[in-house]
Design a protein around this ligand. Sequence first.
Ligand SMILES: *[C@@H]1O[C@H](CO)[C@@H](O)[C@H](O)[C@H]1NC(C)=O
Ligand SMILES: *[C@@H]1O[C@H](CO)[C@@H](O)[C@H](O)[C@H]1NC(C)=O
Ligand SMILES: *[C@@H]1O[C@H](CO)[C@@H](O)[C@H](O)[C@H]1NC(C)=O
Ligand SMILES: *[C@@H]1O[C@H](CO)[C@@H](O)[C@H](O)[C@H]1NC(C)=O
Length: 707
Amino acid sequence: MTWVVALCLGLLLPLGHSKTVHIYVSPKGSDGNSGLDAAHPVATLDKARQLLDSSGIKDNTVYVELMGGYHNLQSTLHFTHAYSQPVTFRAYKDQEVHVTGGKQISANLFTKVTDTDALKMLPSNVISKVVQVHLPSAGITDYGTMSKFGTYYSRTSWLEIFINGEPARLAQFPNDIFLNIVSVPLGQHGKTFTYKTPEDSKWAHEKEPWGYGYWMYSWSDDATKIGHLDTQKHQMTIVNETNYGLRVGHYNPIHLAYADNQGGYFRMINMLSELDLPGEFFLDRSNGNLYIWPNTKTGTLASSDIITVSLIDDCISMDPGVNNLNFEGFTLEACRRNGITGNGLNNINVQNMDIKNLGSYGVDIRASSNITVSRCDIHYTNGGVSLYGGDRITLTPSSNVVEDNHIWMFARVGGTGYNAITIDGVGNVARYNHLHDGQYTGLMWRGNDNIMEYNHIHHMCVNSTDCGGVHSGRDWAARGNVIRYNHIHHVIKRMPGAENRGIMLDDMYSSVLIEHNVFYKNQYHVNIGGGRDNIVRHNVFYDAVDFPLNVDFRGILYNTTGGNLYAKLATVPYKTKLWSERYPKLAVIDSNHPMYPMGNLIYENAFYNKRGPGIVQFHGNGLEKKEYYDIYDNFKASPADFWSPSEHDYRFRCSAETWAKQNSFPQPIDINAIGPRQPTGPKYMQKAIQQYHSTSHPASCSGSIIG
Ligand SMILES: *[C@@H]1O[C@H](CO)[C@@H](O)[C@H](O)[C@H]1NC(C)=O
Ligand SMILES: *[C@@H]1O[C@H](CO)[C@@H](O)[C@H](O)[C@H]1NC(C)=O
Ligand SMILES: *[C@@H]1O[C@H](CO)[C@@H](O)[C@H](O)[C@H]1NC(C)=O
Ligand SMILES: *[C@@H]1O[C@H](CO)[C@@H](O)[C@H](O)[C@H]1NC(C)=O
């Protein structure tokens, strides 16, 4: 009986009968059109979304063809249910398509500054450069509000402005550095502090001054409204306490690398009197006047400049249960919150997109499976891609993949906790990505059995300390993770505070396998912060600013994270058959000195370091025990043992090659074998790049697009 039913269902299922439908959307279209041919496009993505449920379209494979131009979303494009067949929103015929969460303002609405109060406040030497626009005259009245940001804080931005795709920033002082807190008369939690600068004589009439900085620790940034400003006493009081309070600062912009003191420095933001650079703006919420020094090549605005302001929160969101959706080949920009977000999803693909100019993450998807983000350009956001999926109790993998993406300048407004990539859960993969220019961490992982490989990661932690280019912490049970075949470099320290590391295993992080990576020019390449069962082998450690590795036993010294760690351990069934077979060392942790750095192995790595003969720096005495850190058979190389360090080619020759052969250590990975395997971003941008290259070097550049 059952098989008869199954057979009949098989015949009746729409699969065989499913056809392919195209729905056309053009900014020049009309939502009254059918949308079913290119001559009759609908006008909005939301109308196309509604059509997906209509008869004749529902249950078919659908391509929503976005035709060239600016598609401004009136509200979040919101998907509420599953699709039985794939639905793809894509750029029609590779045309230049921008989907924005905002609106364009015509350049001719901008005038010279006329507001008399503003004229008094603006620096006199920039008055001729700054232009103003009365937003209500452009039909814009939702300015958003200034609000807290920094240190993992999930934020919604205020109205921002972008010219030709380049973000402007709130006018600030100082422009690039910070001011120290000079005293905290009411103590760490007293909300009042003094500072020293004559600049404050300009600030008395500021309407909405905010402070942004690393007020207490150089790994925690925060923003707060200034309540009271006394320019006579050079003293101010903040409205809300910052993350950890206030302290006197020792920031020194000239001797950055050697300042060890934490935090205590800030800058003023949202200051009309400090609008003194191209690309700075100020919005007066009391009258809707926005002032900006245009960040165009000429410093002025022409009718050809595309000026966009952000209006809606998330660009695209998906409710639990949504599946089979693809987004491909267009630019998604100018939303106040995330680009693409949702939870409880399955089978969502985001491919060849340009995702930028957002208030929060480019892609933030939780509790989901079969999510792929590939070949995207993601930049000028506050966080790149965050994927969380898989089940830790049953160790079921999510099959989520982040691959072949180019992600840079991904912490645009805030600093710490807005990572290029965050993967969390079980069985997530981050591979072949190029991640660079981060204020804090590039790649952060949590959970089990995640793989991070063939990524090119560099220039991370540039505006913060106690940071890892690749970073995790505080979990004994996060087992089965692998970091291999990556190039990690230029994670150095430019700010006060604790060390920066290529890979940082913070506060007792345990059991990751770090192998076949190539490291160079990091302050420390790898750090083990008191955790256990970590394996570091078959890596190249070239020229650290300090040591290749540093390790400690903070669990024994402080026992501070004890409570947290035990509580986390209790959330996973580490003694069951499933877990104990997979992670035998974790199963016996209770009887094997949980707070001790047991079972770490550091072997068969090749290292060259100008400073010091050793591969490992120990923080603390009594650490050099084999049961804590077993360090053996590491090869001390010289620059001549590598093909070409100046070109970042660390493959072995000479005695290193002989040593490697003896140890069956494969050649270190070629830098050309890491990072994106395919061109990233929308086709229209790839073509523009190709054209640029072919006109600048006609004969020599054939084939390769990214060169
Ligand atoms: C201060 O904190 C309160 C409570 O968290 C919050 O509601 C308020 O918006 C904050 N004020 C500012 C200016 O951020
Ligand atoms: C993910 O995709 C695979 C292959 O299509 C499928 O077998 C699996 O069930 C999917 N995962 C979930 C949770 O639906
Ligand atoms: C670091 O901070 C400086 C000063 O605010 C800023 O100009 C720069 O863009 C930041 N770097 C990154 C990688 O975000
Ligand atoms: C360490 O902390 C844990 C949890 O707070 C506690 O149970 C344990 O007794 C502490 N160990 C020492 C040596 O103080």
